[in-house]
Write a protein that binds this ligand. Structure first.
Ligand SMILES: Cc1cc2nc3c(=O)[nH]c(=O)nc-3n(C[C@H](O)[C@H](O)[C@H](O)COP(=O)(O)OP(=O)(O)OC[C@H]3O[C@@H](n4cnc5c(N)ncnc54)[C@H](O)[C@@H]3O)c2cc1C
Length: 435
C-alpha cells in the first residue's frame, strides 16, 4: 500500500447510500401513541413494526436518520453471540435462553426476509461469514462455539489450511468457522429503507430533533425537543452508544467503544477473484477485531477497534493499514479512499439489554458490535412488547439498569484500549500461531 495515500475522512456509506426519506425538525406540539428516540436500525425497525400495526408513532433523531453507528457500520450480519448456548442457559435459565437461542439462529434469515418483504434496496448479500482464529487459544474457543451452536441447530462448519486460505485470500489464518447464514448489507441504505417503509405506513419522522428531556405526566410521557414536543403513552430509547443522560443510569450500563474503518478503491477483477472471492464476509478473533467485506462496487471495507471519533487518534490510521496488510498483503499497492469512525455500546457480557425502567418507558442498548442482525431482532421485540406480547415470550429478558463496575474509570481509559488490545493480539500471534 502506498503509505503516502491518506484516505479522506468521510463516511463511505453516506456517499453511496440511497437518498434518505423526507424528514425535518419537529416544530410543534404533537400527541402520538409511541415516540421512538434514535433513528438507527433499532429505532427504525421498532417504528416500522408499530406503524405496520396501525399505531401512531413518531421517530426522532438528533441528527439524520442513520447518523449513528447504523450509518457507519461494517454492515456484516453475524448471526451468533460470543457465548455458547450452554453459557446462555446458565446466564438466563432454560426457557429464556431457548427463546434467545432460537431467535438468534434465525436472526440472519429474518433480516434478509425483512429486506425482501419490504423491498429494501440495500445491496444485501447472504453469502456467509468466516470467523477466523488468530491464535491457538482462539482455535479452541471457536471450536467450542461451533460445537455448541451447531448442536443447537446453526449451520456452521470449520474450515482449515489451504481451503481457508482460498476462501479468504489471506495467508494470516489456518482455522476458521463458516457461518452459512451470514452476509452483508449497505447499513445506511438498510436504516433509511426501514425508515422509509415506516413512513409509508404512517410513521412521522423527525431529524435534527435532539430530545432534551423525557418527563412522566400521569400515564403519559412528555418528550421535549428545542422547538417542539411529543406526548405519548410509550417512549422507546434506541440511542445505543450515543445515549447521554436522558435516562439516568442508561449510559453507565455499557462502555462506548469506537470502531474505525476504511474503504479501498474498487479492487481489480484479479484481486476480487483472490480476496474473499465468493463475497463472503470475514472477521477474526482478535480483541481489536479485524473485519472485511465488499461494497457493491468491489471496494473492500476493512475495520478494527479505534480510540476516538477522529480515526487517527493514538495510531488509528496505522492500525488500520497494518491490519489490512497483515490480512491481505496483496493490497500493498491499493489506494485507500475513505476512513471513518463510529461508536458501539459494549456490555460486560457482549449482548444487548432491554430495560423497562418505568411503565411505558423502554430502552434497548448494548449491541456490542453485533448490531446488524440483532438490532432488527430487538426492533421486532420492542414493537411486539408495545403491542402486548408478554415478557415471557420475548427473546431478550427485561432487566434492570445495571452499572458497569468501575464505569467512570474505564470510560476515561477507553481510548487506550485500542492500542492495548492490538499489543495483546500481536503477542498472541507471536507466542502461539493458530494451528
Ligand atoms: C465502524 C462500525 C462498524 C460496525 N460493524 C458492524 C458489523 O459489521 N456487524 C454488526 O453486526 N455490527 C457492527 N457495528 C455495530 C452496529 O452498527 C450497531 O450495533 C448498530 O448500528 C446500533 O444501532 P442502533 O440503532 O441501536 O444505534 P445507532 O445506529 O447508533 O443509533 C442511535 C441514534 O440515536 C440518536 N440519538 C442519541 N441521542 C439522542 C437524543 N437525545 N435525541 C434524539 N436522537 C438521539 C443518534 O443521533 C443516533 O442516530 C459496527 C459499528 C461501527 C461504528
Amino acid at each position: 500500500m502506498n503509505s503516502k495515500n491518506n484516505p479522506k475522512e468521510e463516511i463511505h456509506w453516506q456517499v453511496t447510500a440511497n437518498p434518505p426519506p423526507e424528514s425535518s425538525a419537529i416544530s410543534s406540539d404533537l400527541t402520538v401513541d409511541t415516540v421512538v428516540i434514535g433513528g438507527g436500525l433499532t429505532g427504525c425497525r421498532t417504528t416500522l413494526g408499530l406503524a405496520e400495526s396501525g399505531m401512531s408513532v413518531a421517530l426522532l433523531d438528533a441528527h439524520d436518520i442513520g447518523w449513528g453507528a447504523s450509518g457507519r457500520s461494517g454492515g456484516q450480519c453475524n448471526p451468533i453471540w460470543r457465548e455458547t448456548p450452554e453459557q446462555l442457559i446458565k446466564r438466563f435459565g432454560e426457557s429464556q435462553a431457548e427463546r434467545l437461542i432460537n431467535t438468534t439462529i434465525n436472526s440472519a434469515d429474518a433480516l434478509f426476509s425483512d429486506i425482501a418483504k419490504y423491498k429494501i434496496n440495500c445491496d444485501a448479500v447472504q453469502a456467509g461469514w468466516l470467523q477466523n482464529a488468530h491464535s491457538t487459544a482462539a482455535v479452541k474457543s471457536l471450536e467450542k462455539l461451533a460445537s455448541g451452536w451447531s448442536a443447537a441447530g446453526a449451520t456452521i462448519e470449520s474450515i482449515e489450511g489451504d481451503a481457508l486460505r482460498q476462501a479468504t485470500g489471506s495467508p494470516a489464518y489456518n482455522f476458521g468457522l463458516r457461518h452459512a447464514a451470514g452476509g452483508h448489507v449497505h447499513p445506511l441504505s438498510l436504516t433509511r429503507g426501514y425508515a422509509q417503509v415506516a413512513q409509508e405506513k404512517g410513521a412521522q419522522l423527525f431529524s435534527n430533533s435532539p430530545v432534551t428531556s423525557i418527563e412522566q405526566k400521569g400515564k403519559q410521557w412528555k418528550v421535549k425537543c428545542p422547538n417542539g414536543s411529543l406526548t405519548a403513552e410509550r417512549v422507546v430509547l434506541a440511542t445505543n452508544a450515543y445515549s447521554k443522560d436522558l435516562l439516568p443510569g442508561l449510559q453507565q450500563t455499557f462502555l462506548p467503544m469506537v470502531s474505525i474503518a476504511i474503504a479501498t478503491e474498487p479492487l481489480t477483477a484479479d484481486l476480487q477473484a483472490q480476496i474473499l472471492p465468493k463475497k463472503v464476509t470475514f472477521s477474526d478473533s482478535r480483541l481489536a477485531i479485524y473485519f472485511a467485506r465488499y461494497d457493491a462496487d468491489g471496494r473492500l471495507i476493512f475495520g478494527c477497534v479505534g480510540s476516538s471519533e477522529t480515526v487517527g487518534t493514538l495510531g488509528g490510521h496505522q492500525r488500520l493499514r497494518q491490519g489490512l496488510l497483515t490480512v491481505f498483503p496483496e493490497l500493498k499497492n491499493t489506494k485507500l479512499e475513505r476512513t471513518w469512525a463510529g461508536r458501539i455500546a459494549v456490555t460486560p457480557e457482549m449482548m444487548p439489554h432491554l430495560h423497562e425502567p418505568a411503565p411505558g418507558l423502554l430502552a434497548a442498548v448494548g449491541f456490542s458490535g453485533r448490531g446488524i442482525a440483532m438490532t432488527s431482532v430487538m426492533g421486532r421485540t420492542l414493537s411486539a412488547k408495545i403491542l402486548g406480547a408478554e415478557d415471557n415470550t420475548l427473546p431478550f429478558p427485561v432487566t434492570p439498569l445495571e452499572k458497569v463496575p468501575m464505569h467512570a474509570i474505564l470510560r476515561r481509559v477507553l481510548p487506550l484500549s485500542a492500542p492495548a488490545m492490538s499489543l495483546k493480539d500481536k503477542l498472541d500471534t507471536v507466542l502461539q500461531k493458530a494451528k
